[in-house]
Design a protein around this ligand. Structure first.
Ligand SMILES: Cc1cc2nc3c(=O)[nH]c(=O)nc-3n(C[C@H](O)[C@H](O)[C@H](O)COP(=O)(O)OP(=O)(O)OC[C@H]3O[C@@H](n4cnc5c(N)ncnc54)[C@H](O)[C@@H]3O)c2cc1C
Length: 411
């Protein structure tokens, strides 16, 4: 038996839900919108947690998706510090941690992702941090700024946090499985470019090595030991070992999971249960552009999923046709943008110069552009988006991607 009824239940309280609420109202939805999230904050801009907010350059209020008064103005009811414990899809009924039962007409489930935790000897010691929330970011600033820090993982979190903490006076070292930082997504030539920026600023990078254990004294971490036998002294450790989609609630509700570990949705982000949509980091959706299922953990993707889900809740019957976009900053040493994602590629064509730090790399798979990375050449991202979404077969003309005099609009 429900305590109350809402037209739209937005479950998770991250970017996907925030933007869904916005688009529901912008498109004239007039029913009740209830946004439920278990964090203490309303939807906020999570990428700041490893960048300006971590460095103390941006106040907390500026990380918010919308100012507090927006929710009242738009009649979006916000429940923070409340978890959805159960979704009964046949009764269309939510059970909340505040003991309320709420029935709904339509729902978006966007519960995001959780950090992948490492289970090695010493992992329970004080001074070992993970990063997902504003609160984690504050704890890292307090516990690691100006200290000796070891970062585990050479992908975005490890590299971004190492750059931010270096700016705060920390002495940073990265231990990672890959040979070159950030090469997992961008390949080794781009990876070398980014790793050079890190090393130029004094960050030590240890590739092709794995964490074996932590050692400590009086309950606090003091040393990181690697499988190759490195012993790195550390006052703090930040683990950036990827994320796992948070599908617990959706799985319990009986929604189907996909091969990539996300909750399955069609190209409209609709699940197998009519009126229930998924979005953001935990959604595995059928991409009409890529011709395969995608699950990507990018802020822009979650943001745009929120919009597509809102439009479809209102009956638009619209496929999600946005090419996933990603950006990352290593402090102000290097900024990158990327459209893709490329599942594989057989050729990289560089436009511009890696030595000058102004370049794009076009990743080709069988003559088609699968992804584009741009550093200091944002204009190439737009062309990349078009070439990816139109699936243009470039043939001989692919060479022209690398000629600065060639007009990409003509390809
Ligand atoms: C430090 C950091 C830096 C990043 N930097 C970048 C970047 O530079 N560029 C980029 O593109 N992306 C970046 N990302 C990724 C980006 O932030 C995510 O892809 C995006 O926030 C995902 O949004 P979402 O709405 O899917 O989920 P989230 O933002 O994770 O929100 C989901 C929310 O649901 C809540 N929740 C889960 N289960 C329940 C439940 N049962 N009941 C209630 N609430 C629940 C969670 O607590 C969470 O608050 C970064 C992420 C992090 C952590």
């Amino acid at each position: 038996m429900a305590d109350r009824h809402v037209a739209y239940a937005l479950i998770g309280g991250g970017q996907a839900c925030g933007n869904c609420a916005r688009w529901l109202r912008e498109q004239g939805a007039d029913g009740e919108i209830l946004l439920i999230g278990r964090e203490p904050d309303p939807p906020y801009y999570r990428p700041d947690c490893s960048k300006d907010y971590l460095r103390g350059e941006k106040p907390r209020s500026e990380t918010m998706f919308r100012a507090p008064e927006w929710y009242a103005e738009q009649q979006v009811e916000l429940l923070t510090k409340v978890s959805v414990i159960d979704v009964d899809v046949s009764e269309r009924l939510l059970s909340l941690s505040n003991r309320q039962k709420v029935s709904f007409d339509k729902a978006l489930i966007a519960t995001g992702a959780n950090v992948r935790r490492l289970n090695v000897p010493g992992c329970e010691l004080e001074g070992i941090f993970y990063l997902r929330t504003l609160g984690n970011s504050e704890a890292i600033r307090e516990g690691a700024a100006g200290k000796r820090v070891v970062l585990i993982g050479g992908s975005f979190i490890g590299c971004e946090v190492a750059a931010s903490l270096t700016e705060l006076g920390s002495e940073c070292a990265i231990v990672m499985l890959e040979r070159v930082a950030l090469s997992g997504v961008f390949g080794e030539s781009a990876g070398h470019f980014f790793q050079d920026r890190l090393e130029d600023h004094g960050i030590k990078v240890y590739g092709e090595d794995a964490l074996e254990r932590f050692e400590g004294s009086e309950g606090r971490v003091t040393t990181v030991i690697t499988q190759d036998g490195l012993e790195l002294e550390a006052d703090a450790v930040i683990v950036g070992a990827g994320v796992v989609p948070d599908v617990m609630l959706a799985k319990r509700a009986g929604l189907e999971l996909g091969e990539r570990g996300g909750v399955l949705a069609d190209s409209r982000l609709a699940t197998s249960v009519p009126g229930i949509y998924v979005g953001g980091d935990m959604a595995e959706y059928e991409s009409v552009i890529h011709g395969r299922n995608l699950r990507v953990e990018h802020w822009d993707v979650a943001f745009n999923h929120g919009k597509t889900a809102a439009l479809n809740m209102l009956g638009a019957d619209q496929p999600h046709e946005v090419v996933p976009y990603f950006f990352s900053d290593l402090s102000d040493w290097a900024s990158l943008e990327y459209v893709g994602p490329a599942a594989r590629w057989d050729r990289e064509i560089v436009r511009g110069s890696l030595d000058d730090g102004q370049f794009s790399i076009f990743y080709l798979d069988g003559g088609r552009v699968a992804a584009v990375l741009a550093v200091g050449r944002s204009e190439d991202i737009e062309h990349g988006r078009r070439l990816i979404s139109e699936g243009v077969e470039l043939g001989e003309t692919a060479e022209r991607l690398g000629e600065l005099s060639a007009d990409l609009a003509e390809l």
